[in-house]
Design a protein around this ligand. Structure first.
Ligand code: F6P
Length: 548
């Protein structure tokens, strides 16, 4: 179906023309109960969406659009394992990774596979391995316990684990450090291992396909570093484990199946942090902490699956993103966590949202009829305030933003006056969302005695939309809830746009061409004539600088 040809889309277009320019100052003045009415809760998350450029009619119109797009059936299809990833003919079952064990209501058999049993079999093996590493029962080749875990992976096999490890550092065993190597830039591995002792280092090679050039190259170089350091080829078995769906390739690499942790083709890379890809995270926070993380994700899965759309956090949020992208023509979306621990969340969300929804054709291969995808970016507050918030407040572009904050800090320090540091930190979050929404008028600025020629520079236009997402404290469960919230939000958007949010063909051509270009960079007398003139000239310069 062409969503833009539906009466629901037409109604939203008319509604946007009528209310799109209304200012949040007047919206709040006209609706005294707006803040309460536009606050929704799910599991431990609270979403205040009242500071959006919407009236009481907007959400019902957006919900009608979601119904026209068949969102309810699509949610059922996803959770039940129908092959909604049509271009790869695969089920999309990351939600099954967090289904509880021994719960008849959660039983799931898909394509003849008892999914819950398989998931928990791997979790049990991960848990056992984790216990051994954490207790020191698992030793390296020289009998020493593991002190550093290095995850080698890229994209979904890196961003989820590193983001979650950083987020949950306060819950981690500080006697074991996790490091993450992703880039094929030789600097990445070199810097990660430069001060490490191979005798106390464990590498986790994480790759769904086990064919990714970056990961395999880094893994081979890590193996050489280890063997050279320990002087023993046989040491590899005690210092390398693998996480993959491809047992054959793992064996080919030289890692035993006994130390391989599997997952399945129905787990997309960017949806895989809760699969065995999260092994480094489990080692850091323990199997109990990892279990809490999974339970948090499951709580939001249930909220998403069962809550009416008008009170459903990922649905509301996804629909608001559609409202801005398609009716306001907004291009980007800022994610501003007020938690230093969440400093990798924007990078993680970039892959989740942009690899999922950066598509130009619909599920049936026909071109989309409207803009899709959003450009996600961000930094933790308050750092961002001293960098790019100027553009958010006074620039000419509209940038909707998510502000994420917590009441209880993981650490606290004295602040100023009667406030502690956390109060000062969170007062910034509340101040920013209020300033973005309501701004400051020329009259207010002039009344402060500001010279007339400076007044225009100080005017804060306001009417800049934000969501505020609050939770009591950043815990493993709450992190899981946030991730599931964004996963489902991304899905909602994809359903409205009619695209396959679970493939990623757009990254393939670059990978193939990088392989093809390789010899042109290092082979003697390489023939560059088949290349375009710009690329050929650049490679010639590169070769000259490298003395080739
Ligand atoms: O960049 C494309 C991609 O396929 C991502 O979707 C994926 O997360 C990443 O590469 C890594 O893939 P793999 O886990 O198979 O090494």
């Amino acid at each position: 179906m062409d969503i833009t040809a539906t009466p629901e889309w037409t109604a939203l277009t008319a509604h946007h023309a009528a209310v799109g320019e209304r200012h949040l100052r007047s919206l709040f003045a006209d609706e005294p109960g707006r803040a309460e009415a536009m606050t929704a809760e799910g599991a431990d998350l609270v979403l205040d969406y009242s500071k959006h450029r919407i009236t009481a009619e907007t959400l019902p119109l957006l919900v009608a659009l979601a119904e026209a797009a068949g969102l309810g059936e699509k949610i059922t299809d996803m959770f039940s394992g129908r092959h909604i990833n049509t271009s790869e003919d695969r089920a999309v079952l990351h939600t099954a990774l967090r289904l509880p064990e021994n719960d008849a209501a959660a039983a799931l058999v898909v394509d003849g596979q008892d999914v819950v049993a398989d998931v928990h079999e791997v979790l049990a093996r991960m848990g056992e391995f984790t216990d051994r590493v954490r207790s020191g029962a698992w030793t390296g080749a020289t009998g020493e316990r593991i002190r550093t875990v290095v995850n080698i992976g890229i994209g979904g096999s890196d961003l989820g684990p590193v983001m979650a490890y950083e987020a949950l550092k306060d819950y981690s065993d500080r006697g074991i450090e996790c490091r993450f190597v992703s880039n094929i830039d030789p600097t990445d591995l070199s810097e990660a291992v430069r001060d490490l002792d191979p005798a106390t280092t464990l590498f986790i090679v994480s790759s769904k396909t086990f064919t990714t050039l970056e990961t395999l190259t880094n893994a081979r170089n890590a193996r050489s570093w280890l063997v050279e350091g320990l002087g023993d080829e046989g040491a590899v078995a005690k210092h390398f484990v693998a996480v993959s769906t491809n047992a054959e390739k793992v064996t080919e690499f030289g890692i035993d199946r006994a130390t391989m942790f599997g997952f399945w083709d129905w787990v997309g890379g960017r949806y895989s942090v809760d699969s065995a890809i999260g092994l480094s995270l489990m080692i850091a926070v323990g199997k109990e902490g990892f279990g809490e993380f999974l339970a948090g994700m499951h709580a939001i899965d249930e909220h998403f699956r069962t809550t009416p759309f008008a009170r459903n956090l990922p649905v509301i949020s996804g629909l608001l993103n559609v409202w801005y992208a398609n009716f306001f023509g907004v291009e980007t979306h800022a994610v501003l966590p007020y938690s230093q621990y969440l400093h990798r969340l924007p990078a993680y969300l970039q892959q989740l949202t942009m690899e999922s929804n950066g598509k130009s054709v619909r599920g049936d291969g026909t071109p989309v009829t409207t803009v899709t995808g959003e450009i996600f970016w961000g930094e933790p507050g308050t750092n961002g305030q001293h960098a790019f918030y100027q553009l958010l407040h006074q620039g000419t572009r509209l940038v909707p933003a998510d502000f994420i904050g917590f009441a209880e800090p993981n650490h606290d320090l004295p602040g100023e006056g009667g406030a502690d540091c956390q109060d000062l930190f969170m007062s910034n979050l509340f101040a920013q969302t209020a300033a973005l929404a309501f701004g400051k008028t020329a009259e207010e600025i002039a009344a402060e005695g500001t010279p007339a020629d400076v007044v225009p520079h100080k005017v804060m236009p306001g009417n800049r939309p934000t969501s505020t997402i609050l939770a009591r404290k950043l815990t493993p469960s709450v992190l899981g809830q946030l991730i599931a919230f964004y996963e489902h939000q991304t899905f909602v958007e994809g359903v409205i746009w009619g695209i396959d949010s679970f493939d990623q063909w757009g990254v393939e051509l670059g990978k193939v061409m990088a392989k093809q270009f390789g010899p042109a960079l290092y082979e003697k007398d390489a023939d560059l004539s088949a290349l375009d003139p710009s690329t050929a000239a650049l490679i010639r310069r590169y070769r000259a600088w490298r003395g080739r």
